[in-house]
Ligand binder design. Structure first.
Ligand SMILES: *Cc1c(COP(=O)(O)O)cnc(C)c1O
Length: 426
């Protein structure tokens, strides 16, 4: 019989050999009965870096000291605040600085980008998205279809797993793109599926979309800060993500968008405009006639919410120090260890229940998250996990989503999770 002790011993060696182990100290770990909880929901809300408070306090101090003059006089002038975040976020998503900007929230950005890039014309009016997309994305797509006078069911085409399967076959996506051909106006898919944790081959999808004359856009809510992204190299037209999941930028925090450089100077793209997207040299002349900033900055509407931006800055500084490659290296080991622990428990306790990991096995096709079908178990088992200090996500009827995050989760967290799981099924 597998014992929790063997997990703890294996974790000890893994933690000792982890070059990123010390980063856990840089975050506040939520407490449970006086000790660290097992926080596996960084895919939903990332933890708070200990530097965040000071970054926000500095802006409060500058606001107190300078008032409106802080736009130009403060230590990080608010007028150009977003510019300090650009290079750091560009590295995370594999973009050139002109292609990204930190601004607004995710769903807002998706709408702004679709206003520009979903441009149905004649029979080319279809949108391809994944079945059971995150609800906000579904509503955004439906309302964009209606905005152009369509019935959503006439233009939105969904691609899902084959019967009895949990993952979408990549070839099925490509085949569907080819089948839609000159009727396809836009592909808009989550880069990492929020439910299954499946990471899609965005390069192939983009290529296939472009081959039939379609735009390719991605929602990277579960991808940014989690998987290797090369948006520029892949030729993706547009993308948006949120800053508060893997990027730890505070609840509902500011997010980011990407527009490929090939669109950077296209002033003819329709867009919903605001003054912060207007050429910064003439912005304060307050003259009529919108003249967009080149690149992603041209999609900004409003002056930046500096307190939220400060929180994002604190987190991006940590990402910049570590780099995505090292994070991904640890991510593969950490999620791999979690996979081992779950599979060993599942094998040992198969008389009582089995755990089926529906997330792809290959590290090329997933990020940090594992989604687990708990056969023979209900919400009761999940509640027993919660009682023991495991913070995870439960979806009816029986799916547990857990994401150990390489920046602040340890191998010991995984070992303790194994122990909690054994306790919960006994
Ligand atoms: C988290 C998430 C959202 C949330 O959107 P907000 O505008 O940030 O509230 C939207 N789409 C996906 C795929 C998500 O995972």
């Amino acid at each position: 019989m597998i014992t929790a002790k063997s997990f703890v011993e294996r974790a000890e060696t893994l933690d000792q050999n982890d070059p990123l182990a010390s980063y856990r100290e840089r975050f506040y770990i939520p407490q449970h009965q006086g000790s660290d909880s097992i926080y596996f929901t960084g895919n939903s809300l990332g933890l708070q870096p200990k530097t965040t408070q000071n970054k926000i306090q500095e802006e409060l101090d500058d606001w107190a000291e300078f008032g409106v003059e802080g736009h130009f006089e403060s230590r990080r002038p608010w007028f150009s605040y977003h510019e300090q975040l650009t290079e750091m976020i560009a590295k995370i998503v594999g973009a050139k600085p002109i292609e990204t900007v930190v601004t607004h929230s995710l769903t807002t950005n998706l709408h702004l980008l679709m206003v520009s890039f979903y441009r149905p014309e004649g029979k080319r009016n279809k949108v391809l998205c994944e079945k059971k997309a995150f609800p906000s994305d579904q509503y955004a797509l439906e309302s964009q279809a209606k905005f152009h006078g369509f019935k959503p069911e006439d233009v939105i085409v969904e691609i899902g797993p084959r019967d009895g399967d949990h993952l979408i076959t990549e070839q099925d996506i490509i085949d569907k793109i080819n089948e839609l051909g000159d009727e396809l106006a836009m592909v808009m898919i989550g880069g990492v599926n929020y439910y299954s944790g499946q990471l899609f081959d965005m390069e192939s999808i983009t290529k296939a979309a472009h081959n039939v004359g379609s735009i390719a856009g991605f929602d990277l809510a579960h991808a940014a800060g989690n998987v290797k992204l090369k948006l520029n190299e892949w030729g993706v037209d547009f993308a948006a993500w949120c800053g508060y999941k893997y990027l730890n930028s505070s609840p509902g925090g500011v997010s980011g968008l990407f527009v490929h450089e090939r669109h950077a100077n296209n002033k003819n793209l329709p867009r919903f405009a605001g003054w912060w997207g207007h050429d910064k040299e003439t912005r304060f002349l307050m003259e009529p006639g919108f003249n967009p900033m080149p690149g992603a900055e041209g999609w900004q509407l409003s002056n930046a919410p500096v307190l939220g931006m400060a929180a994002h800055l604190a987190s991006l500084e940590i990402f910049d120090e570590v780099g995505m490659d090292k994070l991904i290296e640890k991510r593969n080991k950490l999620t791999g260890f979690l996979e081992e622990v779950i599979n060993e428990i599942s094998e040992d306790y198969k008389d009582k229940c089995t755990f089926e990991i529906i997330t792809p096995k290959s590290t090329e096709n997933r990020g940090a998250q594992l989604s687990i079908l708990a056969h023979g178990q209900g919400k009761q088992m999940f509640d027993k996990l919660t009682e023991q200090g495991v913070i995870a996500d439960w979806r009816e009827p029986n799916v547990i989503r857990i994401a150990p995050v390489p920046l602040y989760n340890s191998f010991n967290d995984v070992a303790r999770f194994g122990q909690c799981l054994i306790n919960a099924i006994q």
